[in-house]
Every structure is written in C-alpha cells, then in structure tokens.
Design a protein around this ligand. Structure first.
Ligand SMILES: [Zn+2]
Length: 247
C-alpha cells in the first residue's frame, strides 16, 4: 500500500482493511460548491476509490473565497464547476477515479446519479433538493451524510436507511425558510469545518467503522460557540418517505 496513506493507516481506528474498503468505494457528491470542494479534496487525499461530482453551475468570482478547488482563472473564463473541480482533484491524487456530471439534481436525474455508488454526501445549498436526495437514499438504501452552512452556522447528520430516521421523519420541506446564502452570507472557515466533519463521517461509513458514526443531528453556531444536538432516535412509522405508508 502506498506511503501516501501511512499516517492514517497508523491510526488505530482505521488500518489496512478500512483503507481497502475505502479504496473500493464510489461516493456521490451532490453539489460541487463550497462544501463539495472541500469534501472531495479530503476524500481524494485520503484515497477514496471513485467520486461522482455533480453540479450545474459555472465558476464565478463570488465563489472564490470559499470554494477551494477553483482558481481566479476558472472564474475569469466561467469554467463549468465539475470540469474545474475534476481537473484540480486529478492534480491532488491520481488514485481516485473522478467522474463529472454537469446536470441539475432533481427527481428526474437523481436515480441514475445514485447508480453504483456506495454513499451520498450532501453538499447542496438548498433544502428542496436535499429532500429529493433523502427520498432517493431511502429508495436505494444508501447512507448519506448531510451538511449545511449559513452565515456562522452549520449542521451535520448521518442518515442510514433501515437504521435511522430519514430527513423527512425529522423535518418537513416547509421547515426550512430563507434566508439564502446570497442573503445571509457565509464565513469560509464554517464551510471547511462542516465539510471536514462530513468527510470524517464518510470515511467511517466507507471504512467499515459504522459503530463510530454520528447518531445525532448537530447544529453549530460557530460564531457564538454554541452547539445543539438532537438524538436521531428511531424512524417515524408514519413517515411518507420511509414509513409503512411510503410507496
Ligand atoms: Zn422517514
């Protein structure tokens, strides 16, 4: 095994069997913006087998303070995000297969995007699409790592169909109102913090260390040093997505 991963192989919670499982995994990264740039960077550096990047936007100058895979040149030429991200990631590590899909994530596209993947990481910037991802994760029985950021705050959760509630057991789409990122702004270190936590939970799941995976819905106010945790508990049997009345 390459020296590249020596320092994570030495960690007692990881080891060669986790690294092999991780290297055989394909991760769907839903959104190649701020969270997606950092999650992809960390997973590629750690030696994940393959990632499927999805986004439908081009790089703009306003992205550059937080979207760490993109350069000034990418913004100047309005490069497609998945193209610029794939190019940067291939420079970081050639062991990972990088797949770019330039499309909108919606009810029509999500099932094919889930084909052949081991895990979904939610690096989206809006809740309507997160509920689309949630329903697909339940249909395909795929674990997914939720992350969200706004201003100085962030959220993190791991949803595991068959083991935990789904997003819609806990919240309804109407629970999440504006402001948007464009209105409330975002502090870059908040993004990289949540993305790092997402990458860590993804590594636990893919490396077969599921017993260590987060079992709470965490909300952080990093600006004021406050943290709120809601235990995930058990699935809602009446949930329209994952309960007994679901399709
Ligand atoms: Zn549910």
């Amino acid at each position: 095994m390459s020296d590249r991963w020596d320092r994570q192989l030495r960690f007692s919670g990881w080891g060669a069997s986790s690294q092999r499982a991780f290297a055989a995994s394909r991760v769907l990264i839903c959104g190649t913006g701020a969270l997606g740039s950092m999650v992809a960077t960390l997973l590629v550096r750690a030696g994940v087998g393959a990632i499927r990047l999805v986004d439908c936007d081009q790089v703009e100058e306003v992205n550059l303070h937080r979207q760490v895979l993109f350069s000034q040149h990418d913004a100047d030429v309005h490069e497609r995000k998945v193209v610029a991200a794939a190019r940067a990631l291939r420079q970081i590590g050639s062991d990972t297969q990088i797949e770019s899909v330039d499309t909108t994530i919606n009810t029509e596209s999500i099932d094919s995007l889930c084909n052949g993947v081991s895990l979904i990481v939610d690096t989206l910037d809006n809740y309507p699409t997160r509920f689309v991802v949630n329903a697909a994760a339940v249909r395909h029985r795929l674990d997914w790592v939720h992350g969200a950021v706004l201003g100085g705050t962030g959220q993190l959760a791991v949803f595991r169909p068959g083991h935990t509630p789904c997003l819609q057991c806990l919240f309804q789409p109407d629970d999440f109102a504006p402001p948007t990122l464009a209105e409330a702004g975002i502090m870059p270190p908040v993004v990289t913090t949540i993305a790092s936590l997402q990458a860590l939970e993804a590594m636990k799941l893919l490396g077969g260390q599921g017993a260590s995976v987060l079992t709470e819905f965490l909300s952080f106010d990093f600006w004021n040093h406050r943290r709120h945790a809601i235990p995930l508990g058990t699935p809602d049997p009446d949930c329209l997505i994952c309960g007994r009345r679901s399709p």
